[in-house]
Write a protein that binds this ligand. Structure first.
Ligand code: 86X
Length: 670
């Protein structure tokens, strides 16, 4: 069986002489490289043959391993998931610069997206047959040593889709989704959270003034509304780690290639995501320079230099910085962006015990950020072997869940690296007795992804919903003047209300703009997610009261100005708690505790967060991934929660039937 959900072939016409050859050749190398890719290549090739019946010139074919960075790149460039302006959604292969504008336009316009399920099904079911049965390849010579050729059982479904118009055609098959046509519904959002979550999210983050799209795919402008949330979390976390004697520092953004590749195991698999600087002005750099995707290789050579004896330990450094990972799949603001902000902590200890302790202390801070600040329930636990950071010993994480999509999302990670990096980077020390030892290291990070999870969990059809603890503005005061009522008096009351609340440490402002109606302002601040709105109209003025409206549940309360501060504080606390409670209720409603494969498959189809007994074997997890592969992405283990339900003697693994060792959360994830 050829396993792939993404393959492509490009049929070059005579009209395009200078194809991005490097790129196709790279495909060829890949194909020659591995049996599976060769099969994929052959599938493309046979398809090309069948579809064109030799009416086109020899095709150039690319074949990629499913899920590889190359294939993701390929998909994302030719079927952009990126929500960029159309002119930015261009494939940008290495040699595409050799194409003239016309050639490029032609290439683009000859591109066809195939996502018909029967077509995908067919291509996935192609079988590899031994070389002796191989058909003559006629003039499809590609200088590739094929390991096998595909026998086509049934082309019926495909024939109808042949393109007989001549000229170049590009075919593509993926689990891609059809983009829905955006419907304008006037004010507010054009999509509801339930109907079209993806579009809803994109619209909310923009209309809520959190982000602005940028002219580079996968990069977003973080507007003050988002940054202020980041800063509030940062203030908390920074103070907490300082209590733990962690010091802040800053290492350079750039990484030399030698250093980057030093830790091979760790870099392997990530390499396609590394972004490089190759030029200064017009001249090529002698040695290209990488941009940090994470800073292990940047920092650890200096740990080696700075750590000599036990008195240099522990070394606890943190940096607040940006990192770049050139992702190819479905970029999503905050959730998966090519540049993001994070803190990365890197610590070194004399003993494993100290390292172990810190891993959990940091994890607790991450729980706190999610649960206490962002009002998002998370599960603390340990990652499976397959999901553990390659360079580390064990990985712990806080895991959140998005009920609407039924996907888990890793909230933050705290790794114990063991002594692997110490070995690689020679981070040694001498203990009290003069004996040589290697340090034990940890690393931990949380990123601006936190903000995306918050939007996804709490946002509603009116826009963002910000938990009071992280909202830049906790309360907005809106004057509601009425005809010939005392407008000045109302405005004065608004200003006074803000002053009173600000003095009490509440982040409040009045919206006194005279070019917007109160109604427009209500919607605007609802879109931005301000937790509490205070309206002051003539009646309120007369009664020395204000009207408070909660963003989370719309509840309206009249508050006497005498008790303003206590009442508002109480309401903000209630909102914070309610957001958490509702989120937890929704998440818990999605949890399905089960024991068999059949139940697992059903639950997965119902977007559940699955808790199942597992034998904890890597191959079994691989098998689960393989067996659940499809358009929605495979299921994987999310974490093994530290809080384990009882596991009765004799319980079997849901996937392998072997004796279960633990309860583990499973699901699709971001
Ligand atoms: C893994 C591991 C680790 C420090 C953390 O999770 C906490 C903070 N780092 C990060 N990781 C990579 O190592 C990595 C490496 C390269 Cl070269 C890359 F391009 C992408 C990566 N993504 C994740």
């Amino acid at each position: 069986m050829v396993e792939m959900s993404s393959f492509g072939c490009y049929f070059s016409g005579n009209n395009i002489e200078h194809l991005p050859v490097n790129c196709w050749l790279q495909g060829a190398e890949l194909a020659a490289d591995e049996g599976r890719n060769a099969a994929a290549l052959a599938a493309c090739r046979t398809l090309a043959e069948e579809l064109t019946e030799l009416q086109f010139p020899a095709p150039r074919i690319l074949a990629f391993k499913e899920g590889s960075s190359e294939s993701r790149y390929f998909v994302s460039r030719l079927i952009p998931a990126h929500k960029d302006p159309p002119y930015k959604q261009e494939a940008n292969f290495h040699s595409s610069k050799h194409l003239t504008t016309e050639q490029w336009t032609k290439l683009k316009s000859s591109f066809v997206h195939f996502d018909d399920p029967s077509f995908c099904e067919w291509i996935r079911n192609l079988k590899v047959v031994p070389p002796e049965k191989r058909r003559s390849c006629r003039r499809w010579d590609l200088n590739i040593d094929l390991l096998g050729v595909i026998e086509v059982d049934d082309m019926a479904g495909v024939e109808q889709r042949q393109n007989k118009s001549g000229g170049g055609k590009y075919f593509f098959c993926s689990g891609g989704k059809k983009k829905e046509v955006k419907k304008e519904t006037g004010l507010g959002l054009s999509f509801t959270k339930d109907e079209n979550f993806g579009e809803w999210y994109s619209e909310v983050v923009v209309n809520g003034e959190m982000i602005e799209y940028y002219d580079i795919s996968g990069c977003y402008i973080l507007r003050p509304w988002a940054i202020s949330i980041w800063e509030i979390m940062q203030t908390f976390f920074d103070a907490e780690i300082k209590k733990m004697k962690v010091k802040n520092c800053y290492f350079p953004l750039f990484v030399s290639p030698g250093v980057l590749q030093k830790e091979k195991d760790h870099i392997e698999g990530f390499a396609p995501e590394v972004a490089w600087v190759t030029k200064s002005g017009e001249s090529e750099l002698e040695v290209p320079i990488a941009i940090r995707p994470t800073s292990e290789t940047v920092m650890y050579p200096y740990y080696s230099k700075w750590i000599r004896g036990h008195r240099d330990l522990p070394l606890k450094l943190n940096q607040w910085c940006n990192v770049v990972r050139w992702e190819f799949s479905n970029p999503t603001p905050f959730i998966r962006s090519r540049e993001f902000l994070w803190q990365e902590g890197h610590t070194a200890f004399a003993t494993k015990e100290e390292a172990d302790t810190e891993v959990l202390q940091i994890l607790e801070l991450y729980r706190c950020i999610y649960e206490e600040f962002l009002a998002i329930p998370v599960t603390k636990g340990r990652k499976s072997e397959l999901e553990t950071f390659a360079g580390g010993l064990y990985t712990t994480s806080v895991e959140a869940f998005i009920p609407n999509t039924g996907r888990g999302i890793q909230g933050a990670t705290s790794h114990c690296l063991g002594q692997n990096f110490a070995k690689m980077f020679e981070i040694n020390f001498e203990n009290e007795k003069g004996e040589k030892g290697m340090v034990w290291q940890n690393s931990w990070a949380y990123s601006t992804r936190t903000i995306g999870v918050m939007v996804m969990v709490h946002g509603d059809d009116k826009g963002l919903v910000l938990p009071p603890k992280v909202a830049a503005l906790q309360l907005i005061v809106i004057p509601v003047p009425y005809k010939d009522a005392d407008t000045q008096g109302i405005f004065d009351a608004c200003v006074a209300t803000v002053a009173t609340l600000s003095d009490a440490g509440i982040r409040a402002e009045a919206d006194l703009r005279d070019n917007y109606s109160p109604g427009w302002k209500y919607s605007n601040w609802e879109m931005k997610g301000v937790p509490l709105r205070i309206e002051i109209g003539p009646r309120d003025l007369a009664n020395n009261q204000v009207r408070a409206v909660r963003r989370d549940n719309g509840a309206k309360t009249d508050i006497s100005r005498v008790f303003l501060v206590e009442q508002v504080k109480g309401m903000l606390d209630k909102i914070q708690q309610n957001l958490f409670d509702v989120a937890k209720q929704k998440r818990d409603a999605c949890v399905e505790v089960l024991k068999t494969w059949e139940e697992f498959v059903t639950a997965l189809g119902q977007k559940k967060l699955i808790l199942a007994p597992w034998c904890d074997e890597e191959d079994v997890e691989k098998d689960v991934k393989a067996r659940t592969k499809g358009d929605m992405g495979a299921a994987k283990s999310l974490c093994t929660p530290f809080e384990q339900p009882e596991l009765p003697e004799g319980t079997k693994c849901f996937a392998s039937g072997k004796p279960a060792k633990k309860w583990t959360y499973w699901g699709r994830s971001y």
